[in-house]
Write a protein that binds this ligand. Structure first.
Ligand code: HEC
Ligand code: HEC
Ligand code: HEC
Length: 314
């Protein structure tokens, strides 16, 4: 069996024998914290659309992750997850998941979180925050000049002082550029921003995105909420709500390259408005309905608590 898989790899040419990396299951467990939001803390998923990974063959897991990253297998949820993994990360998470029994029982019995439960928190982010300037081709100093018109609302350094205006400092450049695009095309609707972007060229958008992405964000000052924290970290399996941590990160810093926005440092008012508009569909610029599908399952109370928590993220 090993031989067959091995020769398949050679045929595909994605991994050569010389490069095959030893996976470290313990390192993999730490790195799998973000995966747990969808695939369960013990690799047994609580949500029917998400596959179980516990007990899966390690070589198969590595091949799938390699394919998601290369784009030969594509999925709106998994592709950005895999994009952030190095070959070593893949080997490590594969070693971790393949070593868990299919039932997930042994892990539960050792006192870890039960199958499908919250990822064990911990300060883990798979994404090594790549400096935005390295990801994006925008020109930071040109962006600074162009940002003069934005300062009145978003702050000179991208830290807004007015709750209804979002902060842009430290935001994913890819996300900022996409939003500017969407405001201009009308895919995202806001009368104020529509006026601001009307005259912007593609190059302006990239420069502005680069400038704001490298500004230092201010920490959130909200009060926090235990209920909101639970929803943020664990989602709600009964209601089919994916944990926010999967895409917005443990500390709310988002995923730069995937264009999953940072939500730390935003005001509660702004966050509430965005969730309400994703829920009623008046904000519909999220690819594949990635946020609308989540927001539609949130109650008013869920939105209240989760935004209270998000506004406290540092
Ligand atoms: C936001 C939800 C989500 C997160 C987070 C997530 N995945 Fe996935 N994963 C999915 C979905 C959905 C699929 C099924 C894709 C499809 O239908 O092709 C999948 C499929 C996979 C597969 C292929 C399984 C198979 O049987 O073919 C692997 C391997 C995998 N994920 C590993 C990971 C790893 C490792 C992480 C963490 C770095 C992760 N996933 C994070 C949603 C997620
Ligand atoms: C008069 C106030 C005002 C000015 C000036 C302004 N904006 Fe905005 N901006 C807003 C408001 C209000 C929103 C939130 C819209 C909403 O609620 O959906 C916003 C949203 C955004 C967003 C989306 C942020 C997110 O987290 O999704 C970006 C990006 C943005 N503005 C960039 C800019 C840039 C770049 C400029 C300068 C060229 C600019 N804005 C000028 C008021 C302003
Ligand atoms: C599978 C990935 C994913 C998950 C899980 C997820 N989000 Fe998002 N979220 C996104 C993406 C992508 C966007 C940006 C969409 C766009 O405009 O392009 C977004 C945008 C947002 C925004 C607007 C940010 C801004 O600056 O305007 C808020 C607020 C938000 N999400 C809250 C949540 C909450 C609360 C949860 C958990 C209940 C959650 N998200 C779970 C992917 C995700």
């Amino acid at each position: 069996m090993k031989k067959i898989i091995f020769s398949l790899f050679l045929a595909i040419g994605s991994i050569s024998a010389a490069q095959a990396l030893e996976g470290d299951a313990a390192a993999g467990k730490t790195k799998a914290a973000t995966c747990a939001a969808c695939h369960g803390a013990t690799g047994i998923s609580a949500i029917p659309n998400y596959p179980n990974l516990a007990g899966q063959n390690s070589a198969y897991i590595i091949k799938q992750l390699t394919d998601f990253k290369a784009g030969t297998r594509s999925d709106p949820l998994m592709s950005p997850m895999a994009a952030n993994l190095s070959e070593q990360d893949m080997a490590d998470v594969a070693a971790y998941f393949s070593g868990i029994p299919r039932s997930g029982e042994v892990v539960a019995a050792t006192g870890d979180a039960p199958a499908g439960a919250a990822p064990v928190a911990g300060n883990v982010e798979i994404v090594a925050s790549t400096p935005a300037s390295a990801i994006y081709k925008g020109d930071v100093s040109a962006g600074k000049t162009k940002a003069a018109t934005c300062a009145a609302c978003h702050g000179a350094d991208g830290n807004s002082l007015v709750p209804m205006y979002p902060s842009l400092a430290g935001q994913s450049a890819n996300y900022i550029a996409k939003q500017l695009h969407d405001f201009k095309s009308g895919d995202r609707n806001d009368p104020v921003m529509a006026g601001m972007v009307a005259a912007l060229s593609e190059e302006d958008m990239h420069d502005l995105a680069a400038f704001f992405a490298v500004q230092a964000p201010k920490a959130g000052t909200g009060e926090g909420s235990d209920l909101g924290k639970k929803l943020y970290f664990s989602g709600d399996a009964a209601k089919g709500i994916t944990a926010c941590i999967a895409c917005h990160g443990v500390n709310g810093k988002g995923m730069q390259q995937a264009g999953f926005p940072a939500i730390a440092g935003q005001s509660k008012d702004y966050l509430k408005k965005q969730l309400a508009t994703f829920r009623d569909g008046s904000r519909a610029n999220d690819n594949n309905g990635i946020m609308r599908n989540i927001a539609i399952k949130l109650s008013d109370a869920d939105i209240e608590e989760v935004t209270q928590y998000m506004s406290s993220l540092k």
